[in-house]
Design a protein around this ligand. Structure first.
Ligand SMILES: [Zn+2]
Length: 231
């Protein structure tokens, strides 16, 4: 890939103490352990500490999030951390109760071609527009989500994982079927994806590198899409 032709799109939300979370409320605490002016030394430092639920902001659910013996964040294989990616846009028709159907995916394939093995399927529901309003984005954990049938269909295609611009591909009113199907088959889920309106439907790559934290079942991601480069 020619690096100077490559465009990088940041698909991560900024993490701070006032962003939406599954549990609701303030979830991230960043504090200064010592500050620039705390010492008279010539070289000054600000040293910080963070308390951060691993499932906050743009993050990965690893298979171990639901299954005891499956892969954790430090065990995710990063031999090839750059995946082909497609964006299925249902934002025009979606609403808080919208369930992305298998026919939405088939319609996409009819228009753009079949989804390849080992790719990542990102769903743009448009819900990210509420990101700056915790209450509305969380919406008592009811937001656009993905049907079981869709997850089964994608699972058959042997994709690497899915991503969505909501708190989860399953709502509180589901049996968490999408988590069960994806994570149960060693695929990952990326939640709270940002800026999906900046990506074309096909032709981009996604770099997915979870933090290498031992025994972590979820991990924040600086999720980036790479586009425009020549392979
Ligand atoms: Zn999840």
């Amino acid at each position: 890939m020619k690096l100077n032709q490559m465009k990088v799109i940041d698909l991560s939300h900024t993490i701070h103490s006032d962003i939406p979370s599954w549990e609701g409320g303030c979830a991230c605490i960043l504090k200064n352990l010592s500050d620039y002016d705390d010492s008279n030394a010539k070289v000054k430092f600000r040293i910080q500490d963070i308390s951060l639920p691993l499932g906050l902001g743009t993050h990965m659910d690893t298979p171990a999030h639901c299954f005891k013996d499956k892969k954790t964040a430090s065990e995710i294989d990063i031999t090839n951390p750059i995946y082909e990616c497609v964006v299925i846009d249902v934002s025009e028709k979606s609403n808080a109760n919208y369930l992305i159907s298998k026919s939405d995916i088939k319609e996409f394939e009819k228009q753009f071609g079949f989804i390849n093995e080992n790719s990542i399927v990102l769903f743009r529901t448009g819900w990210a527009k509420y990101w700056h309003n915790q209450h509305k984005y969380r919406n008592n954990l009811q937001f656009p989500s993905i049907s079981e049938e869709s997850a089964l269909y994608l699972n058959e295609k042997n994709i690497a994982g899915i991503g969505i611009d909501t708190l989860s591909p399953d709502t509180i009113n589901s049996e968490f079927e999408v988590h069960q199907i994806m994570l149960g088959n060693n695929r990952f889920i990326i939640e709270n994806v940002a800026n999906l309106e900046l990506l074309p439907s096909t032709g981009t790559y996604l770099m997915v590198l979870p933090l290498k934290i031992q025994n972590a079942t979820e991990s924040p991601l600086r999720l980036v899409a790479l586009m425009g480069g020549q392979a």
